[in-house]
Design a protein around this ligand. Structure first.
Ligand SMILES: Nc1ncnc2c1ncn2[C@@H]1O[C@H](COP(=O)(O)OP(=O)(O)O)[C@@H](O)[C@H]1O
Ligand SMILES: [Mg+2]
Length: 251
């Protein structure tokens, strides 16, 4: 029996027993190689790759637990302080586990170009809508389609953007965030738990560059892909631009 899973607005997923089936793309073999590497490291915070099924869909282990799906506002755990700590530690653990991953020759990634030494394969979309929450703890992240070669800081930047959060006020308010005065302190906590050692100002510049690239990428994709065109029509790109304007005054 196939059960449609709630959430996701790019490809969607169905559950079959203890597995998840998702549409493949040119990037799927590279993503599966990455997930196999993480599984080989006993990294528990990502699904394990199980190949492709008879319908040509990618097969992954189902990560049991709660997901935010399409519920708004998001559940209380999303913006709890301890969650922020857990996400930062998850990123640290993931970046440690992926550090020695050398992608297969000719690997194709959906996001980013060719891997080179000094880059890691980041998750690139480790946001609440791709997280699993189990027994009061962050169990990991699914939806590795955006994984690709980046500097580790680029992945940390998107994590902070999503969880501190640093997205536009009107967006995060809609998702249930209220502690606006607490954001600078939450950012410091996140960076300390990850182990970021540079100045906060330099980090904020990386966040801005990351979000600018996100807007540009979204508008480019929207030009020829209806899924992304709908995200833009619904205000996705404009919201990111509002976030950039706010970030310029973040203290
Ligand atoms: N490995 C997994 N374990 C548990 N749930 C998953 C897994 N992969 C996807 N899901 C569920 O399916 C939904 C959509 O999947 P996702 O991979 O995020 O698709 P999209 O690319 O459309 O964002 C998620 O919101 C989540 O509830
Ligand atoms: Mg998703």
């Amino acid at each position: 029996m196939e059960i449609r899973l709630d959430g996701g607005n790019v490809s969607g997923a169905v559950r079959v027993g203890d597995t998840v089936r998702r549409a493949v793309g040119p990037w799927t073999p590279a993503v599966q190689a990455l997930l196999a590497h993480l599984a080989g490291k006993d990294f528990a915070g990502s699904p394990q790759p199980l190949g492709v099924d008879e319908q040509g869909r990618e097969v992954l282990t189902f990560l049991p637990g709660e997901t935010v799906g399409s519920t708004r506002p998001w559940p209380g755990w999303v913006y709890a302080e301890d969650t922020l700590v857990q996400v930062a530690r998850w990123l640290r653990g993931f970046h440690d586990a992926v550090a020695d991953f050398v992608p297969p020759e000719g690997a194709v990634w959906r996001m980013g170009g060719q891997w080179a030494p000094g880059l890691i394969i980041g998750h690139n979309d480790a946001a609440p809508y791709n997280a699993v929450w189990r027994d009061g703890k962050l169990a990991g992240f699914f939806d590795w389609d955006m994984a690709g070669p980046v500097r580790a800081a680029w992945d940390v930047a998107f994590g902070a953007f999503s969880w501190v959060p640093l997205h536009a006020s009107h967006v995060v308010a809609r998702e249930g965030f209220t502690d606006f005065e607490g954001r600078p302190r939450r950012l410091q906590l996140f960076l300390a738990e990850y182990g970021w050692t540079g100045p906060t100002s330099a980090f904020l510049e990386i966040v801005a560059a990351r979000i600018q690239a996100h807007v540009t990428g979204l508008r480019d994709l929207a030009a020829h892909d209806p899924v992304f065109a709908r995200i833009v029509t619904q205000g996705g790109a404009a919201a990111l631009e509002a976030a950039l304007a706010e970030l310029a005054h973040f203290t």
